[in-house]
Design a protein around this ligand. Structure first.
Ligand code: SF4
Length: 76
């Protein structure tokens, strides 16, 4: 599973970070970005595609479902 965020649609509420802090992070611009271990994909968008670590998939799916901006995109 891989995941990316469209920051143009992100509201910055941080729900994804609360649900899956190992996968999502908020940066100083107030928007959420995906990360892979210590690597944060900034700039984000579709080219900032992070591989989801084993066991973290459910949190990513829940985040995408709860995301008010509908801007978390999962690729399998
Ligand atoms: S849940 Fe969606 S809108 Fe909220 S911070 Fe995360 S990516 Fe942005």
């Amino acid at each position: 599973m891989k995941v990316w965020i469209d920051q143009d649609l992100c509201t910055g509420d941080g729900i994804c970070v609360e649900i899956a802090p190992d996968v999502f992070t908020l940066l100083d611009d107030g928007l959420a970005y995906v990360k892979e271990g210590a690597t944060v994909y900034n700039p984000g968008g579709p080219s900032g595609l992070a591989a989801v670590a084993s066991g973290k998939e459910d949190g990513v799916i829940e985040s995408a479902e709860e995301c008010p901006g509908e801007c978390i995109f999962i690729e399998v």
